[in-house]
Design a protein around this ligand. Structure first.
Ligand code: GDP
Ligand code: MG
Length: 439
């Protein structure tokens, strides 16, 4: 996968000890190769690498303290750039008007499912959506939409006698006005491959129904095909946004990388499952993190934010930003995340936390109390600087906590691992992320 490719490229860079321009270039070639192998289009990969190379080659990076890490940072920024900016708005008109949204894409890309997901999103947002069965290619398509509509409690417009999908769409808009629906979602037909007839049909729907927004669903699993189809759809229709589906599978975002660059339109949402609530806003920074395999830091903090005392979180953020993470912070963190299930969820999202997760998952409450006992047996000076803790201090702490000295050591190791990850990963842009979360 792209993730594996990039991670081995970075590993090879890291293995270089001192970086020179030439081994930097070798490392970047590996980055480029993994992009191409992940179905990122040639044009996009070249554009991407030109930008990355320009920033990575040069005194400032090579002579810096940690050039390898900087390269990862540059690649991250470039990935974000490539997939952004975003525009999550559905451009809905006033509730008194009918807003028409049109879904298009290849067969099997996830159009019908996504229509249902959007319908749910709108309904949850106090709108009155209506789904329109404009895929007359397959008889089963109409039934499929009705099933979705029933599940969601959303009206579905269909006309099994009508052969012209354009007429169906027109009639649906009229029906919507009558029934008081304020958003109409057109589920159009797809083909296995782009063909003229399909495109002409979609163009006719576009011209006659004037959709406010046209969305293209793109199957993340199909890689290069997805990109070619996006290009063709966009030339015929001027799409307003892309929805990438099936990002819950193995797909590592190769399609996501190319599609924005190729079409110039934002990626609005991503489908992350077959269920009707599996639709998420697309965030370039999260996708970049995912591609880089850094774990989804942002989701982590979203989970955390829901469960934690926000004030305490804010204090933690401030400290982490300054690179501070003391044993007392560690204790607080543990106390906060020692809720069943939450711990594993968070650890699973954090890079380099596999070992921690395994260690933590075996903790029950009494063991956690044991850990806290150890921390509480330390002096403030020891807590502030665990390097002070030599053999004799270790014995004293263990005696105070009623445990073995090696358990004191284990705790310190776990703390070190967590502190390293926390302070390294929670870098400068944390403020922005938190700000966003609090909006
Ligand atoms: P259409 O032909 O474009 O209308 O595609 P459908 O909506 O019928 O979807 C085709 C298949 O993909 C169905 O089995 C869906 O359940 C599945 N599907 C759609 N979106 C997603 C997604 O985000 N994740 C997963 N795992 N499956 C999806
Ligand atoms: Mg369909």
């Amino acid at each position: 996968s792209l993730q594996d490719g990039l991670s081995s490229a970075f590993k090879s860079l890291r293995g270089q000890g001192k970086l020179s321009e030439s081994n930097m270039r070798d490392g970047l070639k590996l980055v480029e190769r993994s992009l191409l192998e992940a179905d990122v289009s040639f044009e996009v990969a070249r554009h991407f690498m030109r930008n990355v190379t320009e920033k990575a080659i040069g005194e400032k990076v090579l002579k810096s303290l940690n050039p390898q890490q900087q390269v990862v940072g540059i690649v991250y920024e470039e990935l974000k750039e490539l997939m952004g900016p975003v525009d999550h708005s559905l451009h809905l008109k006033n509730k008194k008007d009918v807003t028409v949204l049109m879904m298009c894409g290849l067969q099997g890309a996830g159009k019908t499912t996504t229509c249902g997901k959007l319908g749910k999103l709108l309904k949850d947002g106090q709108r009155n959506p209506m789904l329109v069965a404009a895929d007359l290619q397959r008889p089963a398509a109409i039934d499929q939409l009705h099933v979705l509509g029933e599940q969601l409690g959303i009206p579905v417009y269909s006309d099994r006698q009508e052969k012209d999908p354009v007429k169906v769409c027109n009639d649906a808009v009229k029906a919507a006005k009558k029934q008081g629906a304020d958003v109409v979602i057109l589920d159009t037909a797809g083909r296995l491959h782009i063909d003229d007839e399909l495109m002409k049909q979609l163009e006719r729907i576009d011209k006659q129904c004037h959709p406010e927004q046209i969305y293209l669903t793109v199957d993340a699993m199909t890689g290069q095909d997805a990109v070619n189809s996006a290009k063709a759809f966009n030339e015929a229709l001027e799409i307003d946004g892309v929805i990438i589906t099936k990002l819950d599978g193995d797909a590592r975002g190769g399609a996501a990388l190319s599609v924005k660059h190729v079409t110039g339109v934002p990626i609005k949402f991503m489908g992350t499952g077959e269920k009707l609530d599996a639709l998420e806003q697309f965030h370039p920074e999260r996708m970049a993190q995912r591609i880089l395999g850094q774990g989804d830091i942002l989701s982590l903090f979203e989970t955390a934010q829901k469960e934690f005392d926000q004030e305490q979180m804010r204090e933690q953020e401030e400290k982490l930003k300054k690179g501070e993470f003391t044993l007392d912070d560690f204790r607080k963190q543990m106390a906060m995340i020692a809720k069943p299930g939450l711990m594993q969820k968070m650890m699973g999202m954090m890079p380099g936390m596999g070992a921690m997760r395994d260690a933590m998952s075996s903790f029950d409450e009494s063991e956690l109390k044991g850990l806290f006992g150890i921390i509480d047996s330390m002096t403030p000076a020891e807590k502030a600087n665990t390097k002070l803790i030599d053999q004799s201090r270790r014995r004293r702490i263990a005696a105070g906590a009623g445990c073995e000295p090696h358990q004191v050591n284990e705790l310190i190791k776990q703390y070190d691992a967590m502190a390293q990850v926390m302070t390294k990963m929670v870098g400068g842009s944390m403020r922005d992320r938190m700000k966003m979360l609090n909006e």
